[in-house]
Design a protein around this ligand. Structure first.
Ligand code: TXA
Ligand code: MG
Length: 434
């Protein structure tokens, strides 16, 4: 390990052709504790014995906490791994797809260690994923919202495996993921004008549209409904998988039914173990909550599930929409609206004023900004700045982290009911069933 100004390099000497396998740690991670940790993780992965840097030929990856330096490195052909920052979680749509996000510095190091050839290693995973889909198997893959568990949407037997792996009831229909609008057009009877406008505005992205189903879509995908849900994900890896598989991919979130959705590949493995044929590790999901599900079957669009595209954003394009309260429509319309869903193992309540729990011990307090009083319990912050987008990106990860501790209760602070706060409140409400 060697320092060059503010930058430290860790170089591999494992094999000659791995000489370009270099990781640069950029500010603010050039401090001693982080580097010691870096060395430990890399050593334990047996990837890189700490060595004197010998003439760096090429930098393969950059791990950084700064979006700015990540953007600079893209042009230099370097794969930037960015740790989700507190103040730098920008609009997901503004961040180039080449940037890889991680929930923690350690996660980014583990990714680097398990992808010694950077993008090439990832290509290998994508191709294995394609093979599995084409062979009628299951591939877990990243999207910008949460990880999905995918199968060929036009192969009923392959889709059945999803329900079995997730222990998901067959009445709960799946979203078909596409890589182009043409591919979506093949799955539906028609694309109405409203849908076209929404696709133009938000695709690729976290908006799922429910439209009249084409007979070529197997009934198991739509749970026997005459409609089908379609979405074009923003995540580049997801779209590569769909394109190369040459078929739309039916995929729910890659978790056991009713449980917390995964935002990293490790979350998927922890929960589903080996119930899939391939997994692509694309780091952490940027949006962190599922897509917005909007039905375009009747005159006025109906919101079935709030998500990554906000109601305000949708209404700017199509005018006022109807919000499904879950009462009017039969529950199979969108079982993501089952009252209990997305649940951690620890009991959870959602409150407007968490301060009333300040004296309680052995509880986890989930806030969306820094604490204003001292809590006897343990505080988990979803955002340093009160940002609803940042809170969404860290919600499921934090719920899992809390589940690993020994808390008797999670007290979650409700967000203002606007923007992404609506989706976060919805998920917290279902997770707690309050
Ligand atoms: O962000 C997402 O949407 C993620 C990623 C993997 O794309 N997927 C996801 O899938 O959240 P899942 O299965 O966990 O949730 C799909 C939601 C459910 O609430 C389901 O009921 C609804 O979409 N849905 C699917 N097809 C439908 C249909 N034909 N009519 C009404 N709702 C439908
Ligand atoms: Mg789900």
């Amino acid at each position: 390990m060697k320092t060059a100004g503010k930058v430290w390099y860790i170089e591999s000497d494992k094999e000659p052709e791995l000489n370009r396998q270099v990781i640069v740690l950029d500010a603010p991670y050039d401090s001693e504790p982080h580097l010691t940790k870096a060395a430990e993780v890399l050593k334990s992965a047996k990837l890189i014995p700490l060595a004197e840097s010998r003439g760096l030929e090429e930098v393969l990856m950059l791990i950084t906490g700064s979006l700015k330096s990540a953007l600079q490195m893209i042009n230099a052909g370097v794969l930037p791994l960015v740790v989700l920052g507190d103040d730098e979680l920008h609009e997901q749509r503004d961040i180039p797809e080449q940037v890889f996000f991680f929930h923690s510095f350690e996660d980014s190091l583990l990714w680097a260690a398990s992808h010694p050839d950077g993008w090439e290693s990832l290509e290998g995973e994508i191709n294995d994923g394609v093979k599995a889909i084409r062979g009628g198997g299951l591939t877990a893959f990243p999207t910008e919202t949460v990880y999905g568990l995918g199968a060929d949407a036009l192969n009923a037997e392959a889709v059945r495996k999803i329900f079995i792996a997730k222990e998901r009831p067959y009445q709960d229909p799946l979203i078909s993921h596409v890589a182009s609008i043409d591919q979506a057009a093949d799955l539906v009877r028609e694309i109405p004008e409203t849908a076209k406008r929404l696709m133009d505005a938000f695709w690729p992205g976290p908006l799922t549209l429910v439209l009249p189903k084409h007979p070529r879509v197997p009934d198991i995908v739509s749970a026997g409904n005459p409609t089908v849900a379609v979405r074009m994900p923003h995540n580049r890896i997801a779209r590569m998988l769909i394109e190369r598989s040459g078929t739309p991919i039916a995929a729910p979130s890659a978790n056991s039914f009713g449980k917390t959705s995964p935002t990293t590949a490790k979350h998927v493995i922890d929960q589903l173990k080996a119930k899939f044929d391939a997994i692509i590790d694309g780091g952490a999901c940027r949006v962190g909550v599922e897509s917005t599900v909007l039905s375009l079957v009747s005159q006025t669009p109906v919101l079935l599930r709030p998500g990554g595209v906000t109601i305000e954003e949708i209404e700017q394009i199509v005018g006022p929409i109807e919000i499904d309260s879950g009462k009017k429509h039969k529950h199979f319309d969108s079982p993501g609206m089952f009252p209990s869903h997305y649940a951690p193992n620890t009991p959870m309540i959602v409150v407007d004023d968490p301060q009333q729990y300040r004296h309680e011990t052995h509880i986890a307090i989930m806030l969306f900004h820094p604490p204003r009083v001292v809590y006897a319990g343990t505080v988990f912050m979803l955002s340093q700045t009160g940002s609803d987008r940042e809170a969404a990106a860290g919600l499921y990860r934090t719920m899992r982290e809390i589940d690993e501790g020994e808390y008797r209760l999670i007290v979650a602070e409700r967000l203002p009911q606007t923007g992404m706060g609506i989706a976060v409140n919805d998920r917290m409400g279902r997770a707690s069933n309050t």
